[in-house]
Design a protein around this ligand. Structure first.
Ligand SMILES: Cc1cc2nc3c(=O)[nH]c(=O)nc-3n(C[C@H](O)[C@H](O)[C@H](O)COP(=O)(O)O)c2cc1C
Length: 308
């Protein structure tokens, strides 16, 4: 066995592999499918202040090389999360780390979710989903520099736990947003969330997805995720969690070489929940074959002609 351990966000990780938000429920749903305590951890489905019913069907559809979803951030809301979901995570996971994905439509929503959770036990920190429109001005939190800066600063004020901001890929220069997160006190970045897309049923001449458009994920977005991770790496020194289209150890290692310390597997879990364990194993095999530790590979991309 190779050494895949790392210290990130102030704690030790036994594996770099996490399950991505929205693709593993609140953990409990996956407990019978895979041994969660063998991977690095999981990110919960988004938690909002109030419960959300989500969007009308269809909410998901297959696309060439992936899927499109418009779940509408359906979730049980803060109170029910604390009462019904968090106890399972607290009692059943000892080695896997838990990040709670937080979403809101106003800065106050985000702040109230974080302050409502902060004195609870059973999780490491937060992954802040800034891919949601701000009800005040309609822009995405994560696409407006000023709104993002204010939000991260407000959340930093609220918690001492690790604060990871999940970047949207739908911006011209992800490096700018990565720097804003760093300057305002974030501890880490997740890159990336889904890309906007749309499918049309030509017989019905209607959108396939009830919400008309949705977020595209899966293998089709892998090259974009790797590229944006690399760009974010160049812009900041924050640890980065690489996400997008990962379904094998070699996919994950592309993110690691581009600068990710940890990675998340999302859409691939719908094809085979075991894939998270396989990704871990394949990273292990690679490190063993090449006699390297995972730590040595983070950001170790070599670009010909570039002075090292
Ligand atoms: C069905 C579904 C639900 C998702 N829900 C969330 C969510 O609640 N919060 C969030 O930050 N990302 C959510 N995502 C985005 C994923 O966490 C991930 O960033 C994205 O799917 C890219 O990774 P992948 O290609 O491995 O799926 C969701 C993705 C899918 C497919």
């Amino acid at each position: 066995m190779a050494d895949l351990t790392q210290t990130v966000l102030g704690v030790d990780w036994q594996s770099p592999v996490l399950l991505a938000s929205g693709t593993c429920g609140y953990g409990e749903e996956y407990a019978e499918l895979i041994p969660l305590d063998r991977i690095g951890g999981l990110v919960t489905k988004a938690v909002s202040l109030e419960p959300r019913m989500g969007n009308p069907p269809h909410r998901v559809a297959e696309t060439p090389g992936g899927m499109i979803n418009a779940i509408g951030l359906q979730n049980v809301g803060l109170s029910a999360f604390i009462r019904d979901k968090l106890p399972w995570l607290r009692e059943n996971l000892s080695r896997a780390r838990v990040l709670i994905n937080v979403v809101g439509h106003t800065e106050k929503d985000f702040v109230e979710v974080v302050s409502g959770l902060d004195d609870q036990s059973g999780f490491l920190g937060y992954e802040i989903n800034v891919s949601c429109p701000n009800v005040k001005d309609g822009t995405l939190f994560g696409a407006d520099p000023e709104t993002l800066a204010k939000l991260v600063a407000a959340l930093r004020h609220e918690t001492e736990r690790p604060l990871v901001v999940k970047l949207t890929p739908n911006v011209p220069d992800i490096g700018l947003y990565a720097r804003i997160c760093e300057e305002n006190g974030a501890d880490g970045l997740s890159a990336i969330n889904t890309f906007p897309g749309m499918l049309i049923d030509i017989d019905r001449r209607r959108p396939v997805i009830g919400n008309v458009s949705g977020g595209v994920s899966g293998p089709a977005i892998l090259p974009m995720g790797v590229y944006l991770t690399w760009r974010a790496r160049q812009a900041t020194s924050l640890p980065i969690i690489g996400i997008g289209g990962i379904r094998s150890g070699s996919d994950a290692l592309q993110y690691v070489l581009a600068g990710a310390t940890l990675i998340q597997v999302g859409t691939a879990l719908f094809v085979d929940p075991q894939v998270a364990i396989q990704v871990h194993q394949e990273i292990d095999d690679y490190c063993e074959r090449n006699r390297v530790t995972l730590r040595q590979l983070v950001g170790a991309l070599e670009i010909p002609g570039d002075p090292a």
